[in-house]
Design a protein around this ligand. Sequence first.
Ligand SMILES: [Zn+2]
Length: 341
Amino acid sequence: MPLVSMRQLLDEAAKGGYGVGAFNVNNMEQIQAIMEAARDTKSPVIIQASRGARSYSQDKFLYHLMLAANELYPEIPLVMHLDHGNSFETCKSAIDLGFTSVMMDGSLKEDGKTPASFEENVAVTKAVVDLAHSKGVTVEGEIGVLGGIEDGHGAGGSGLEHVTDPAQAVEFVAQTGVDALAIAIGTSHGAYKFSSKPDGSVLKMDVLMEIHKRLPNVHLVMHGSSSVPKDLQDVINQYGGKLKPTWGVPVEEIQLGIRNGVRKINVDTDNRLAITGAIRKVFAEQPEKFDPRDYMKPAREAMKKVVATRMTQFGQAGHASDYAPISIEEMKKYYTKAAAK
Ligand SMILES: [Zn+2]
């Protein structure tokens, strides 16, 4: 099967009432970890690359690794998604390369730091939607601004400064025609999301529910949604790491989101923690080792475990063979028809 459309994956997830994890990658081992987890749990999957990942890997390497994944795991519906595109050009280059889905994050200006106006966001997102849909490619937009900075992208701050306004979300979807919508409800990128277990004062699940009520047919996306579990932090600190105490988004809050329209959940930090903990453990316990495979294998295994756990918790497990995948070629017709209505 070809790489598939994210729109189809999320439409199916909405029908089935589950969420789909979107996991970030930079290299072969991370892709392998995700594909093994998807095979074990029979999960459809979204693999995403940020601008940072594209430059780190020279994105052509990443693209061909994705084709290899697709060839080696033909039973798994697989989407290749651009995370946080900062401009029309960035999204276009991803589409030209073969990504089947792009995020145009017009909530920030092209510098990836300064919050943009509503009008600026609509204009750039609409331009990307027009191009992407003409090629059958899915578009995720963002309204409201997330907290934190990751890979040099983000406005910083706590995540509560630009919480999404539900009325604006409705307007944004109507004016742009995005397939999926990332919203800001107090979460942040990176490991340091909350300074204690989050409650309703910092994690605005009520805002999410209000947006879902007003936009029941739009696929919502939760960014910055690693759970940052204590056991993963502990492994790192036990073997010489220096993480400060921190809290992520509890899995039960994500599951509440999934019951309220969340179809895509972005997870990166948890996998980074798992990999680093596993490598530190080998370095500390077996300092005589120097073959990279001696620590990359346990690292890959540790990430696979986290991903498989999330796939089960999000509900995507068991759904890999529910449907025949639609190629982006066929999706072109779908968008042409929708536009003619
Ligand atoms: Zn994000």
